[in-house]
Design a protein around this ligand. Structure first.
Ligand SMILES: [Zn+2]
Ligand SMILES: [Zn+2]
Length: 56
């Protein structure tokens, strides 16, 4: 799977400032990537390993 795409909108985040990558808060196996825009609008993301849906 492409690592540098936003988990919510699938945009490439390679050169976008303010994007973040972190491990899934539930299972810690999968890397979640979020672009600045999706952080600002609090867009949902889903872990592919455990199905956790955040940020809520
Ligand atoms: Zn995004
Ligand atoms: Zn997970």
């Amino acid at each position: 799977m492409e690592k540098n795409v936003c988990s919510s909108c699938k945009k490439r985040i390679t050169n976008i400032e303010g994007s973040v990558q972190f491990q899934c808060p539930k299972c810690g196996k999968s890397t979640i990537t979020r672009c600045k825009n999706c952080r600002e609008i609090a867009a949902k993301y889903k872990c592919h390993d455990c199905g956790f849906i955040g940020p809520n």
